[in-house]
Every structure is written in C-alpha cells, then in structure tokens.
Design a protein around this ligand. Structure first.
Ligand code: PLP
Length: 406
C-alpha cells in the first residue's frame, strides 16, 4: 500500500503564537466571546473555529486531532484521556439498547471486559468470533448488528485482521467497521482499507514515553461532530477529555513516531528471527511462519516493518515468570504491562492484560498460559538482549544447551 503517514504529519505546518515552530498550548478551560450571539451559535454547532469550553474542544487538542486525522487519512479526529475512553465513547456513540456487535474474541483485556461485562447492562449484545475466519464474522451478523470491532493486529495473539474484506462484509450488511490500530500506527492505515472508525490508545507507540495515558478516535467529520454534539454526543457528555498540556507533549512525540516504529520493527524482526531459529515458539507477523504473514505484507504501508510486538510461548506460567524475572534482572527490559516504550517491556498476557478473559475462553482462543508478550524497545544494541535472552532460556531449559550461539 502506497501511503506515507509520516509525510502527512510533517507537512501540516501547525505554528504557535509569535511564529512558534510548535503550536501554542491553550491553557484554558473556557473561552470568551466578543458577541453574545456567537456563544449561542457555537452551542448550536453553527460556528466553525470558535471554542466554547475545553471538554468540548480545545485548540491544543484540535492540533493533535488534526495530526491524527492526517496520519490516518480521515476527515477528522477527537482526542481522549485514554485508549479505553476512545473505544468506549466510539462504541456507545454508535450503539443503543437493543443493538448488537460482532467482535474479535482476541482483543485487549479491557476492551473484552467492556464488551462482555459492561455492555449487557445497556442491553447491547456482543458475539465473539475468530476474526481470521471471515465466514464466522459474516455468520454472526444479525439484523440489529451495528459494528464489527477488531484490532488491526490483535492483542496478544498478533492475529492480523483482513481489514479490506472485513470492511466489505460490514458495508454489505450496512454495518460499521471499527478498528483499534494501537499496535500498528503508521504500519497500517485501517481507514484507507475501509474502516469507518479508527481508535487508538496513544499511551503506547504514539506517545512512546509511558508518561501519560491518552487516546484518539478518527473518522468522518460527521461522526466526530456527532461525538462532540452538546445535546447527545457521547464524548461531550461523558467528558473524557485530555488535558492540553499532555496533548501538546504527545503531539511533539508524534513527529518522531516513524523513526521509532522503524527501530521497534527492526529490533523485533531481529529477535523474532534469531529466537525462532534457536527453537523458541515465536509469534511475529514478520516471520514467514506466521499464519497471516502474507496478509500483513499485503496490507502494510511501506518502510515501517512488521511492528514492535512479538509473543513467545514458554509453556507454563511458572516458566514464563521465571524467564521474565531473570530478563528484568539482566536488563533486557522491564517486567511491566503496556507497550510502545523505548525500552523492551514484557508481561505474561493470560495473567495480566488478558486476565479479564476467563481461562476456558483463553484456552479456546489458543492463548497459552505461558505466553509472554514482548513490546520490543528501540535499543541501539539489540544483539546484547538476544544473547541475554538465549542464556536465560538455556538456564531455564526452554531451549537446549546446544542451540546455536550468536
Ligand atoms: N487498545 C489496546 C490494543 C491496548 O493494548 C490497550 C491497553 O493496553 C488499550 C486499547 C487501552 O488503552 P489505555 O490504557 O490508554 O486506556
């Protein structure tokens, strides 16, 4: 796919006051009007370019929203205080009581919990399917289905969603396709493949510093206007707005995202290749052994690689815990949840970020108890990490002593 999201951001020319090369931070929750009629018109949604109140819109958030929309190639975007706020607001904007959602069973645990445990109290039904089985997806659609929900590359199994074909199914049934692109910013452009709404946890790769929690919703101008409608917009009424100071710092970090993604991908590809050669059970979409390697290759934008996420199955929770503790001590990275950080982070998914998914369903979907999800860092010397991981795996008997040294 020929699309360069990094250049889209680079050429936005968003200046600050006094010719600042960075947009100014608007440190105000409310805004004055010279004419009282303009205030009324703004409340009615008839005035463009006027700001009312920061829960509605703030100029700093608007700048970041413009950059996110440029990156995703959508008409508009909205900035939220977390990824979960983006996901929940987008879903609640589209679905009402009596509606139905078809979703991938492998999603981030918080999303799974929202869909499975929270939405029933609004009488919104959810069918969980294997998102790689398009027959299952289409078969689950009902007359009251409003959304097909998936992650571009799923957490934590790293299944690749066939977004063009999912969009085709959705649109044939008059349903929206909503994609969480948190794992693959720049690598995948879901809206260009037919997704109607793209949601993000910007906490991860986009910000890349693990210093705050934030999210974004990208979509049509109409959808974003509806979300912020003062009478019935979910984002306006639930109020999960991001503070403009954070918005400004994320915006600056967005400008280095392309470099970071390339390095995350390069390091992850290196570790995936070497560790699978050494005999470890690796899941990484860049490896030919990955079931959707071909699909990922077809869908991805050029130059950004296959992403920074990989998974290793150590068999049991006890073994996974042992290996993770030793990797932290050896400074391969940190035993921590989250992803997209400059250092490598690892966690045992079934016991952490997917623990909301009951054990029998984890087993059914193929999530091994010993699966460790790695968010590979942007280390300048990833070779050192490889040596350390191999040593630890030998010590722990996960690979045999004679596996090739590097
Ligand atoms: N989407 C994915 C794929 C995630 O991994 C996460 C968090 O781990 C979220 C959404 C939720 O984001 P946040 O923690 O910013 O609310």
């Amino acid at each position: 796919m020929q699309f360069d999201p990094a250049s889209k951001i680079q050429h936005l020319k968003q200046f600050g006051e006094h010719g600042g090369v960075n947009p100014s931070i608007t440190d105000s929750s409310t805004f004055t009007f010279l004419h009282a009629e303009d205030m009324e018109e703004t409340f009615l949604g008839h005035m463009e370019g006027c700001f009312l109140y920061s829960r509605h819109w703030n100029p700093t958030n608007k700048n970041l929203a413009e950059a996110m929309a440029a990156m995703e190639d959508t008409e508009s975007a909205w900035i939220t205080a977390s990824g979960m706020a983006a996901i929940t607001c987008a879903i609640l904007q589209v679905c009402s009581a009596g509606d139905h959602i078809v979703t991938s069973v492998t999603t981030y645990g918080g999303t799974y919990a929202f869909l499975k445990n929270y939405l029933p109290k609004f009488n919104i039904e959810v069918s969980f399917v294997d998102i790689t089985r398009l027959d299952q997806v289409e078969g689950a659609i009902r007359p009251n289905t409003k959304v097909i929900y998936t992650e571009s590359v799923t957490n934590p199994l790293l299944q690749v969603s066939d977004m063009p074909r999912l969009a085709d199914i959705a649109h044939r049934h008059n349903v929206l396709l909503m994609v969480d692109n948190t794992f693959t910013p720049m690598i995948m452009s879901p809206a260009r493949m037919g997704a109607d709404i793209v949601v993000y946890s910007m906490t991860k790769f986009i910000n890349g510093k693990n210093d705050c929690v934030a999210g974004a919703i990208c979509g049509s101008k109409q959808f974003i206007d509806d979300l912020s409608n003062v009478n019935n917009g979910t984002a306006m009424l639930l109020g999960p707005v991001l503070d403009p100071l954070r918005s400004a710092s994320i915006h600056k970090n967005l400008h280095t995202l392309h470099l970071r993604i390339k390095q995350h991908s390069k390091n992850a590809m290196y570790l995936a290749r070497e560790l699978s050669q050494a005999g470890l059970k690796i899941s990484y979409p860049g490896l030919e052994s990955h079931p959707q390697h071909e699909l990922h290759s077809q869908l991805m934008n050029e130059d950004f690689g296959y992403g920074g996420m990989l998974a290793i199955d150590f068999g049991t929770v006890a073994k996974a815990n042992q290996v993770m503790q030793k990797m932290q001590l050896a400074d391969v990275g940190y035993l921590a949840v989250s992803l997209g950080y400059f250092k490598t982070l690892f966690s045992c998914s079934g016991r952490s970020t997917s623990s909301e998914i009951p054990d029998p369903i984890q087993r059914e979907m193929g999530l091994s108890q010993g699966l460790v999800r790695f968010s590979v860092g942007i280390d300048n010397n990833i070779e050192d990490s490889l040596k350390l991981i191999l040593d630890i795996c030998r010590e722990e008997g996960v690979i045999d002593d004679h596996s090739d040294d590097v």
